[in-house]
Design a protein around this ligand. Sequence first.
Ligand SMILES: C[S@@+](CC[C@H](N)C(=O)[O-])C[C@H]1O[C@@H](n2cnc3c(N)ncnc32)[C@H](O)[C@@H]1O
Length: 250
Amino acid sequence: MTGGGTAGGEGPAGPGATGLSYAKATALAYDPFMWVITLGRYRRLVAAELDRLGLAGDEKALDLCCGTGIVAAEVARRLGPRGEVVAVDLSPAMLEAARRKLARLVRSGGPGGGNVGAHGEDHGEARLPRAEFIASDASDLPLRDGRFDLVTLFLGLHEVEPDRRLPVLQEVRRVLRPGGAGLVLDIGGRGPAWKMRVARWAITALEGPDAWTVTEPGVPSLLRSAGLEVEGVRPVFSGAFEFVRFRRPG
Ligand SMILES: C[S@@+](CC[C@H](N)C(=O)[O-])C[C@H]1O[C@@H](n2cnc3c(N)ncnc32)[C@H](O)[C@@H]1O
């Protein structure tokens, strides 16, 4: 689903009569939309894949193309106060939704209370990581070299213009520390032919023809071109999508 917009702009005006911008409406609709198209499985799928990483809890994590923060919140649940989550998205409306989601995690007590304030401030006593929210293009990150132990990029790469995908992954390599790990979820294109035809039709209808081009040459190949080592590929949703684990060579 396209979050759209640029760091400064909120996209075309939406239903003007309601005063709700297109970007805000998209951010509001995203979680229910994901719930419906995955039959409520998306958050659990994300959680299970993050569990496979076996995080220690003190990692500095970057969630790129964070959208409404589904992935960032799941990463935060797995980190302690020595950890850090930085969430980046082009769309301020999506970032605001992510900020609210992380703040709710704190209010609910999280996995044991927390220190992620509504504006990413540190409340001290807590057992959740610090969180920061940055409006930026993923291909030009205002973040220092080697800052992160982990980078996640779920369902974002196919939304990036085809000629900006490699620059995004080169930025991922730059901000990962040597030996740091990463996880991409995106269109895989490896399922049975008839399922792939249906998936291609649906994704093209929803996201436009450019989205599917991420399958050519495919995420693992793009990661290698960016100088990252692919460690494993796990197909999901009958191979229409895949998790790709990688590492920055040490
Ligand atoms: C389909 S959503 C995925 C959200 C989240 N990662 C998840 O798994 O639910 C894709 C997000 O990528 C963001 N996005 C698209 N192109 C981007 C870019 N070049 N830089 C940063 N964010 C981008 C959109 O604004 C949108 O919020």
